[in-house]
Design a protein around this ligand. Structure first.
Ligand SMILES: [Zn+2]
Ligand SMILES: [Zn+2]
Length: 391
């Protein structure tokens, strides 16, 4: 099988640890982007920088085929103080690669070097290094800057590490895979007053409490029981003193769904509940609805192709052909709304293995064994989807 030499594996583990030492938050991935651009350029890629802020695209054309393929990695870190104690721990306090995007970038760079020096393919390869996956929607920003007009892709693929699966396990899934995430702020306005004279006030605290309970019926009574959905009230703010009825209450809500239709109907239901609950308590409600990431839907045909490649290059026990849906979200969903493709997971470790700690945790670290496994998968995918012998 076509994979990195031991020396190349060591080289890209060092790259991964270098990126890990220098984490950068969303849209500030300047050092990381410069490192990516310099390496791609040195290997002969046509490099475009500054797409969607700090995004980078490396393009490599071989042969005469008009086929195009996009592979995407994310580059941003998180505002978390690292507690791994690793020799390559973050040099910037309060910031770390706690989601493994350092590893995603290194795996794709490792594949990029191998494909440039030894890759036998026919077509155009677009390697997309995006900023700001963690809430900033860097994927959309790159698309707003003309990503797919300037670098058309017949299909796109991305890979995310996943603690809780054995290291190197390749987990595919056809159809809806990651949730949409929308956010709402509800502000209730009433008339405050003395806690001893509630009849002279309109109490936003009671209205907020009632609304919180009513919101629990969105998933339990409104959404099809066969459909995963989440409504979380993550913050409640009202009042200061035990004997004062406040004039204002604020709720922060997050909403997730794994079906675009369910997502729309939940928004509608929540809007109704907010309005009518407020009305029934004689208070006024303001709702600020902020759409976040879309439902990530893996294309059936492209997922079947990606899975078939894995099955030809990796042992069966290393492959999960249809993993579970997840309620996390991911802005690669926006790219998949434009271009058919598939998003897969690579196991980061389980049980006592290193890499078993969940992402977004101060003790998390990317499992460096995946530099070899992940890059081998990318190399195999390019070799088959842009095969020089099959048009
Ligand atoms: Zn993350
Ligand atoms: Zn991530």
């Amino acid at each position: 099988m076509d994979r990195l030499s031991d020396a190349a594996v060591e080289q890209f583990i060092a790259v991964r640890r270098d990126i890990h030492r220098h984490p950068e938050l969303a849209f500030n991935e300047r050092r990381t982007a410069a490192l990516v651009a310099a390496q791609l350029g040195a290997w002969g890629y046509a490099v475009t920088t500054g797409l969607g802020g700090t995004g980078v695209v490396g393009q490599l054309k071989r042969g005469t085929s008009t086929r195009t393929l996009g592979l995407r990695a994310d580059m941003d870190a998180l505002p978390i103080a690292e507690a791994t104690g690793a020799a390559w721990a973050s040099c910037t306090h309060g910031m770390m690669h706690a989601c493994g995007h350092d590893g995603h970038t290194a795996m794709l760079l490792a594949a990029a070097q191998h494909l440039a020096t030894q890759g036998d393919f026919d077509g155009t390869l677009n390697l997309i290094f995006q900023p700001a996956e963690e809430g900033g929607g860097g994927a959309l920003k790159m698309m707003d800057d003309g990503l797919f007009e300037r670098f058309p892709c017949d299909a796109i693929f991305a890979m995310h590490n996943m603690p809780g699966y054995p290291q190197g396990q390749l987990v595919f899934r056809s159809g809806p895979t990651m949730a949409s995430s929308d956010y709402a702020t509800v502000t209730l306005h009433g008339h405050g007053g003395h806690g001893a004279m509630p009849h002279k006030a309109t109490d936003v605290v009671v209205a907020a409490a009632s609304l919180i309970m009513a919101l629990q019926t969105v998933v339990s009574r409104h959404v099809d029981p066969m459909q995963p959905a989440v409504v979380t009230v993550g913050a409640v703010h009202a009042g200061e003193a035990n004997n004062v009825i406040p004039a204002e209450a604020r709720l922060e809500i997050s909403v997730r769904a794994l079906d675009p239709q369910v997502r729309r109907s939940m928004e509608q239901r929540i809007r109704e509940l907010v309005q009518f609950q407020a009305q029934s308590h004689g208070v006024r409600a303001e709702l600020d609805w902020r759409p976040g990431y879309a439902v990530l839907v893996n294309d059936a045909q492209q997922t079947a192709r990606a899975l078939a490649v894995a099955q030809r290059h990796f042992p069966a026990q290393q492959i999960n052909p249809q993993g579970p849906m997840l309620t996390g979200s991911e802005d690669f969903a926006f790219m998949l709304e434009r271009v058919p493709g598939s998003y897969l997971f690579i196991g980061n470790g389980t049980g006592q293995e290193p890499g078993a700690c969940m992402v977004h945790n101060p003790a998390y670290d990317f499992n460096d064994h995946n530099i070899a496994t992940g890059s081998a998968y990318w190399i195999a995918l390019v070799g088959e989807l842009l095969s020089p012998t099959h048009p």
